[in-house]
Design a protein around this ligand. Sequence first.
Ligand code: GDP
Ligand code: CA
Length: 327
Amino acid sequence: MKVTVLSGGVGGARFTRGLLALLRDRLPDGAGGTTAQVTVVANTGDDLWLHGVRVCPDLDTLMYTLGGAVHEGQGWGRREESTRTATDLAAYGLGWEWFTLGDLDLATHLARTSLLRAGEPLSRVTARLAERWRPGVRLLPMSDDEVETHVVTDDGTIHFEEWWVRHRAAVPARGFVQVGVERATPAPGVLEALTEADVVVLPPSNPVVSVGTILGVPGVRDALRATAAPVVGVSPVVGGAPVRGMADACLAAIGVTTQAGAVARHLGLRADGGVLDAWLVDDADADAVPALVAEGWRAAAAPTLMTDVPTTAHIAAAALALVDRAP
Ligand code: GDP
Ligand code: CA
């Protein structure tokens, strides 16, 4: 069974960890893993150059979460992290002090940057870094080309991370621009992962700046629309709010209300030119299901709060069952 996931950082990583737990349980390989093959295509629109190193927030969150090294409470970064280097760097008054790079995390960025500088594409660098963490999935960046999400504000355009981390999304966003996306090509393996999948899952990732960015890479949306695999999404909006983070500010910027049904209709039904066949909403949004079903969606409600790994495995099971791909 081949499963392909289009992921951002924390939401996508937590979901994929539950999906893997489910697959290890239902389709065990006898050695603690699973016979299923999971490919995760990660958003790289949040990536940035900082202090001369390439930082890939969503790839790293996936790698640390699936590799058992993530700071659980935070959802990103390394556990048992320290920030001596960042503190010392700030003493020089250099860079973006509001974007702290942990000491251990910095080793990842240094390793990545030295491999990139040696001429390796990001996809090969990512595979190389993942050898250490053994995430249990094939981890692919959406593209080897640099694509940066910028936010249009009334005072000009800023990098997504400046808007998100520095301003906590409090500066009104008028829109998002994916700088470089029109010249980007999908990383090796991305289109095949969509075409050859048995099921494609959109986890509860930010629909605008995680999933939306991946869909913006030329060829990805078409491959998703054309694949014979069913495509199922899990709502990142529960009871009219993003569970964590500030996805409501992103949705507002593109004129979509923060409601589970509205996010589904924004991504769209494949039969109507969109990218999805099915949409799993939280029990809190069960009243959105009948209208979706009447419009041709496969839709259902289930508990979708990813409180721990077993609970998240149940969410993954409900999503796969919705498109008849229960493992
Ligand atoms: P990021 O790149 O770190 O922002 O992570 P993602 O884009 O993968 O996911 C962020 C989104 O996950 C948030 O906007 C929330 O809407 C959603 N999310 C986080 N935790 C949960 C949860 O427990 N359940 C559901 N349904 N959505 C969640
Ligand atoms: Ca992200």
